[in-house]
Design a protein around this ligand. Sequence first.
Ligand code: NAD
Length: 417
Amino acid sequence: MKTSRIPGFYKMPIEERVKIVKEFAELDEEEEKTLLSFSSLPHDIADRMIENVISTMQLPLGIATNFVINGKEMLIPMAIEETSVVAAASNAAKMARPDGFKAKATEPIMIGQIQILNPSKDAVKKIMERKESIIELANEQDKILVSLGGGAKDVEAKMLSEDMMVVHLLVDVRDAMGANAVNTMAEAVAPLIEKITDGKSLLRIISNLAIHRMAEAEVIYKKEAIGGEEVVDKIVKAYEFASLDIFRAATHNKGVMNGIDAIAIATGNDWRAIEAGAHSYASLNGYKPLTTWKKNEDGDLHGKIKLPIAAGVIGGITKVHPIAKISLKILGVKNAEQLAEVMASVGLAQNFAAIFALSTKGIQAGHMKLHAQNIAVMSGAKGEEIDIVARKMIEMGKIKMDVAQEILNEIRKNKKV
Ligand code: NAD
């Protein structure tokens, strides 16, 4: 039976890891070759993605193991530069087995905003009366979306001040992130809205506060799996800290986004849009943690996450970037809702991993190995020197540039004699 529980995955050579992922996700030879040999986005593809291209920049793509989401075994591709994030997610997912995470997402409804200046007094009422014609005009812009059951579904309007109103176009963007689709519609309906309101339109753009496109996930960590009821209590206190203090809440949510952004990047999604949505949602009633952690009647730890996630499996560069395409195949998600469910689950796992480490042994221990290697490289170590310098620093319990340099000098001096 297919399982994401792969003991020793982290110790395997890259080729072996790719072989396992290939089998798990039924990748073809070409995709396997791409994973093994991908060193740079072809410049012609890069040149079509953004302007003024001079080169490309790569990030590591890791696989978080052990995930079970809605009863399905899943391997999670994560593109991220920060050490320990992939390991932490894998570890948090392991502790949540066998039940894993339960997640759900709402319909993918995004908001297009049309700002109107100097509308007539009864503009809101007039917009409501002409709703259907606005929706119809919007839907003429995207026949494909409409044929898939998506498209503009509703219109809302409100006065923001005496001389400024906003009209919201609610658009079901199906499997896309939706910004282009929504922006096109917002621009197209603006002249009609001007006519209806006797006002002048200014901005016509999607809102990243995707309040109608929510993803939720929950998990129960059995107390025995995480070190007993004492640890459960500590994690609940760690959560309470974040719920009471914005300085902690910012870092708490940063940890959540470590997981969500890494999947967004791996799948070619717009992580700035997801970040903007997450933090504006967290601020709706004063900035709050995106997750909650409570002790249930059995003394186990019950975690929940809820946030807007505007991520697509089509559109943008999701089907253009070779690694994004393979990442989506590894995930095996069929639509945007399923992708959002995975992201929410991994965000929750990542948050658990962080507060579990912070409230028990501290965060630094887990960061040490790769961090020590980075410090070794920064101090000038090359090739096999990197591992030796890193190992010595860990043994000494001092992971610092000056210590790395001393060790490096020592190694090089000994080599000369
Ligand atoms: P897109 O325009 O590339 O693709 C969406 C289109 O694909 C739809 O309009 C539809 O016609 C078609 N389509 C085919 N099959 C579909 C399916 N199953 N479901 C949905 N649509 C389907 O992409 P997009 O998602 O509209 O826009 C995303 C891009 O917009 C991202 O690159 C993002 O960075 C960028 N963007 C973001 C913002 C913002 O977030 N504020 C602003 C501007 C642009």
